[in-house]
Write a protein that binds this ligand. Structure first.
Ligand SMILES: CC(C)(COP(=O)(O)OP(=O)(O)OC[C@H]1O[C@@H](n2cnc3c(N)ncnc32)[C@H](O)[C@@H]1OP(=O)(O)O)[C@@H](O)C(=O)NCCC(=O)NCCS
Length: 332
């Protein structure tokens, strides 16, 4: 007799953000900007900046360690590690392998996924699929970014928006009949808009050279206004579609954990979904946009603050370079 499918559950969460906070006023001493401009256009007050010894793997490992501890598990039951990052420690080996070594985990499948700010939703879906094969027990999924390493600190249109940090979750199968767990995912991408937000240099198309460095090609480039419009469109769509597909009304959602890029983007999502902004978990004032780390840091803070309780239905929704986007519904 075949047994009923078991749901994939979030067993624990963890996050790590660097000590050093860079305020909008601090930034106004580096580029021609002001606290008033940044805050009114984005909702960001400050962001964390990793020190020179901190990397995506070291921050990710610490967030991962906290998630494993929060799950009450031992490291030897983690057999998958997936890291979502667009700022890996190095092109290879994967940041996930470096995290594995830092945590002392012996037997695990380790790899990275690059889906920019949607990365955490992408890795959750991939790891869930692996768990459902029945071949793995627990997956450590980590979003970790040292964006300060690819920001152009002379470009006021981008450097004010981003920050560093890491967030993680341990995924595992629930008991048979337990309805808590991931309800659904909805992921998407549109590669025709790849150059709207990208880092042109440093890969094989434009390998590092004196010319590429002089042309500042290894820094993040963005057409902010266009990205803004796309973000409003696809985040709204990803949220509405997943709710409709699952027959869930927006007033059934206890909490929405959105990608923390811009307060105005989140406000437009709030009005499209008819969900009051108070039901959104927000921390972008403290951290800015931490790309793949944004949702797992927010999820960890929301869970620890008691904003999400067992049985609650929550919505995660993200948007990022690629373009990529994604949403997920979870019964906590
Ligand atoms: C970047 C963003 C905040 C800019 O806001 P905006 O209202 O579109 O501002 P604009 O680009 O029209 O710029 C308005 C003016 O402010 C100036 N400006 C840009 N950055 C500035 C800064 N940090 N400080 C002060 N002035 C700034 C511009 O040069 C422009 O000046 P001009 O009118 O003299 O040319 C906004 O477009 C945005 O948030 N986009 C989405 C970015 C994002 O979330 N990316 C990540 C996705 S995962």
């Amino acid at each position: 007799m075949s047994s009923a499918p078991r749901s994939v559950q979030i067993k624990g969460t963890g996050s790590y953000t660097p000590q050093k906070a860079l305020t909008n006023n601090d930034l106004s001493k580096i580029v021609d900007t002001s606290d008033e401009w940044i805050f009114t256009r984005t909702g960001i007050k400050e962001r964390r900046i990793a020190d020179e010894n901190e990397t995506s793997s070291s921050m990710g490992a610490e967030a991962g360690r906290r998630a494993i501890e929060n799950a009450g598990l031992n490291i030897d039951v983690i057999d998958v590690i997936v890291v979502g990052t667009m700022t890996p420690d190095m092109p290879f080996p994967s940041t996930a392998c470096l995290v594995q070594e830092k945590l002392g985990i012996k037997n695990a499948v380790c790899f990275d996924v690059e889906a920019a700010c949607s990365g955490f939703l992408y890795i959750m879906e991939i790891a869930s699929g692996l768990l459902q094969t029945g071949r793995y027990r627990n997956a450590l999924v980590i979003g970790s970014e040292k964006l300060s390493s690819i920001l152009d600190w002379e470009d006021r249109t981008t450097c004010v928006l981003f920050g560093d940090g890491a967030g993680a979750a341990v995924l595992g199968l629930g008991e048979e009949g337990d309805t808590a767990g991931i309800i659904d995912f909805k992921l998407g991408a549109d590669g025709s808009k790849a150059d709207m937000l990208h880092q042109p240099g440093g890969g094989c198309a434009i390998p590092p050279s004196t010319e590429s460095l002089a042309g500042r090609q290894h820094f993040l480039k963005m057409r902010g206004k266009e990205v803004f419009k796309q973000a409003v469109r696809v985040m709204g769509q990803a949220a509405v579609e997943i709710l409709e597909q699952n027959g869930i009304e927006s007033d059934q959602l206890a909490c929405v954990v959105p990608h923390q890029a811009n307060m105005r983007i989140i406000e437009s999502l709030s009005s499209r979904l008819h969900i009051p902004i108070e039901r959104f978990f927000l921390n972008l004032d403290k951290y800015g946009n931490t790309s793949a780390a944004s949702i797992p840091i927010a999820l960890d803070e929301a869970a620890r603050a008691g904003r999400i309780k067992r049985g609650d239905i929550i919505l995660l929704v993200a948007f990022g370079a690629g373009l990529t986007w994604g949403s997920s519904l979870i019964r906590w």
